[in-house]
Every structure is written in structure tokens, then in C-alpha cells.
Design a protein around this ligand. Structure first.
Ligand code: 2IP
Ligand code: CA
Ligand code: CA
Length: 377
């Protein structure tokens, strides 16, 4: 049996394949779109979409990991619920069946009359993934699955995934938006402490193959367990003057406070996962978010990789509070096992009070010092 890390990467590859498949045919893609309702609504967007791709991908990851690691069953969580409304207004519970034919029949009840689409998706759900990654195959870890739980964001940056823009020009390597900011995020955290320990980020739309014009993906992983720190990536070198990446929704006060620190190195990008990936890859030195508009499933996987590289993700409000109280210890990191008190639906898992993602502690320190001057933060 391969290890848990290999299983997370394999699941992300299958997920990325399904994400690509769903975009290939525009009429099929239109069929896959349904609107979110009720308490699951992400309050940041007027129109927040849940796609069948999202729901299906989450179920596939849950199914494959739970089958290989029964100890994880009941501890694999994600952004989506597995209920999907079909064209007739009936609620269909999306799940992976024992055989591809049964999964296709279930999917057809959502996709009717697109039989070919349902069969294509079912085949992708049931296919075996061969990784062919010798570096990853050589990683031997003794991380006990019974101590862990999982957060899945089957597709982060759904809006960009649906919009599908391919021609967004990057600014110093950072794409301000577009398809490349849609990512698959799978993170494992310690059930007792809530600390993230394994993370996989998959980029399904990394680049187009120059010959076939088909999308090619890539993935990154990290381990921060006990004293073990391992990653598919090396820590990026720090810049003397930090580059900070923000959401376009970030307000003027935060932009203004970071201006003197970054000069002209303030960047904007879509996707919480993508912005954390920019920090992981060294395209930015920090990602600052002053609001609770990300969730446990957005941050868990990238946070684990950041930890593997010597960095982390702190809870912004808590870090500023501690700082203002004269606490000189390490600022509090986000944890993933504690629902917000008094909240309902997705809000239970919001990273309330914002966050700062970083690799180099000196950048975290500089960012917190700058933000401490902002009244109301
Ligand atoms: C979203 C997505 C958005 C992000 C938001 C996340 O997740 O990553 O892009 O907002 O915080 O919750 P922004 O792009 O302004 O950073 P999803 O697409 O999975 O709903
Ligand atoms: Ca997300
Ligand atoms: Ca999502």
C-alpha cells in the first residue's frame, strides 16, 4: 500500500483530470452549473456557483481516500455538500458507486439527456491513476492516518474556473485572474491539535501542451509532521523588499498600510489557494487577507506546504491582538479542527479575522508591523 501522501497526490491528479474534462465541452459545462442557496452561500459573492464538477470531485477524493484508508472515513470534509439539484428540481445525492455503469446512471439523473457526458465522467471517476513520480514514490513517512483528518477544496476559484479566461497576462509571474488560478486543494491536519501536516496543491490548468493544445497540470506537496519537513519545492529566497499579494476586494486601509513596505510590489490575484501558492513559489513574499472570506478548506493544504518550507499562516486578528498586548512570542497560526462559535453553515469554518501567509518570518514580522498601524484591524 502506498502512503497517505502518495494517495493525496493521486486523488488530486484524478480530480484535476475531471476538472479539465468538465471544461472541454462548453455545452456540457453549461449543464454543470447550478446556483448555491441558503446557509452554504459564500457571502462574498452575489452569484456563487456550485458545479457538478465541484461536488463530484469532492466525492471522488473522499471515496478514494476512505477506501484506501478506512481510518479516515468520517474525517474527510470539504467545501461542498454532495446534494445536487437536477433540471427537474429533484435532489440527487452524488456519490461514487461500486461500478462505473452505476455511477454513470446516477450522473445521468443530473445530466439528462447527455448520456455521453455522464459516461465520460464516470470513466474518469473510476480510472486508476498512475503517478510515475519517482521522487514522490521514494518518500517514506510514518504518518498515522487515524490521527489525521482531511479538508478538500475540490475547485478553488470557482468563478475563474467557470469564467475560463486563458489570456490573462501575468504581472511578474502572478496571474491577476483566469483559469490558471483554479486549483485542487487537499490538506491533512492533526485531529487533536488542528495543525496542518500534509498538503497537496494541484494546478489542473498550468499550461497548454504546445503540440496537442490540451491542458497540462502540475502539483506540489509538502509535509510538516513532527520534526519532518519535506516538500516537492525548495524554500524560495527572500526579497529584500517584500512583494505582497492581495485579493482585489481588499480595502484601502490595508493597501495603504502595505504601500510603504512594498513600494510598487503590491500584487492582486484571484483565488485564496492561488495567492497562497504564489507565496509558496516565491512569486510573492506574503498574502494578506483582512477578512474572514476564506475557509478551512482554502487554507489547510497550502498552509501545510508553507510549514514544510519553514513558513506558515497566522490568524491576522489574533496576531495583531497579541502584538498590541506586548506578546513577543510566535503569533497564532490557523488551526483546522475548531468551528467558529455561534456560526452556521460554511461560516463555521471561516478563517475569521483574516490571515497572513508567509515563508520567511522576517516578512511576517514586517507585514504585521505595518498592519498594526491600521485602526480597526
Ligand atoms: C473562494 C475563492 C475566491 C476567494 C475566496 C475563496 O473559494 O478562492 O477567489 O476570494 O476567499 O473562498 P478572492 O479571489 O477575492 O481571494 P471558492 O472559489 O472555492 O468559493
Ligand atoms: Ca475555496
Ligand atoms: Ca471551491
Amino acid at each position: 500500500m502506498a502512503g497517505l501522501l502518495q494517495a493525496l497526490v493521486g486523488a488530486s491528479e484524478k480530480a484535476a483530470h475531471i476538472a479539465r474534462l468538465c471544461r472541454r465541452e462548453e455545452p456540457l459545462f453549461q449543464l454543470l452549473v447550478a446556483e448555491k442557496t441558503g446557509a452554504d452561500r459564500n457571502r462574498r459573492f452575489l452569484q456563487d456557483f456550485k458545479t457538478l464538477a465541484d461536488v463530484l470531485i469532492q466525492e471522488v477524493i473522499k471515496h478514494d481516500l476512505g477506501k484506501e484508508f478506512p481510518e479516515l472515513q468520517g474525517h474527510i470534509h470539504g467545501e461542498e455538500s454532495n446534494e445536487f439539484k437536477n433540471g427537474q428540481g429533484e435532489t440527487v445525492t452524488v456519490r461514487v458507486c461500486a461500478a462505473a455503469g452505476d455511477t454513470a446512471a446516477l450522473l445521468l439523473s443530473v445530466l439528462e439527456p447527455e448520456r455521453a457526458a455522464a459516461e465520460l465522467l464516470a470513466a474518469a471517476v473510476h480510472r486508476d491513476v498512475e503517478l510515475g513520480d519517482t521522487e514522490l514514490a521514494g518518500v517514506a513517512l510514518s504518518v498515522p492516518p487515524q490521527d489525521l483528518a482531511i479538508w478538500i477544496d475540490p475547485i478553488d476559484s470557482t468563478n475563474e474556473y467557470i469564467g475560463g479566461r486563458e489570456d490573462v497576462a501575468p504581472v511578474d509571474g502572478i496571474a491577476p485572474g483566469g483559469l490558471c488560478s483554479a486549483l485542487v486543494l487537499i490538506g491533512a491536519y492533526d485531529r487533536q491539535t488542528g495543525v496542518p501536516v500534509l498538503g497537496v496543491i494541484n494546478e489542473p490548468f498550468f499550461r497548454r501542451d504546445p503540440l496537442t493544445r490540451r491542458w497540462q497540470g502540475r502539483y506540489h506537496w509538502g509535509v510538516a509532521y513532527g520534526d519532518t519537513r519535506l516538500s516537492s519545492l525548495s524554500p524560495p529566497p527572500p526579497r529584500p523588499q517584500p512583494c505582497v499579494v492581495l485579493s482585489r476586494a481588499e480595502g484601502g486601509a490595508v493597501r495603504g498600510a502595505l504601500g510603504p513596505l512594498c513600494g510598487d510590489r503590491l500584487r492582486f490575484a484571484a483565488g485564496a489557494g492561488y495567492k497562497m501558492l504564489c507565496v509558496i513559489l516565491g512569486l510573492a513574499d506574503a498574502y494578506v487577507l483582512s477578512e474572514g472570506s476564506t475557509f478551512a478548506w482554502d487554507a489547510c493544504a497550502p498552509h501545510a506546504i508553507l510549514r514544510a518550507l519553514g513558513g506558515g499562516t497566522v490568524a491576522l486578528a489574533g496576531a495583531l491582538r497579541a502584538r498590541r498586548a506586548g506578546d513577543t512570542g510566535n503569533p497564532p497560526e490557523l488551526v483546522y479542527n475548531r468551528p467558529a462559535e455561534g456560526a452556521a453553515g460554511a461560516e463555521r469554518w471561516a478563517n475569521r479575522g483574516g490571515l497572513v501567509a508567509y515563508v520567511h518570518p522576517q516578512h511576517l514580522e514586517a507585514v504585521l508591523a505595518a498592519l498594526a498601524t491600521v485602526p480597526g484591524l
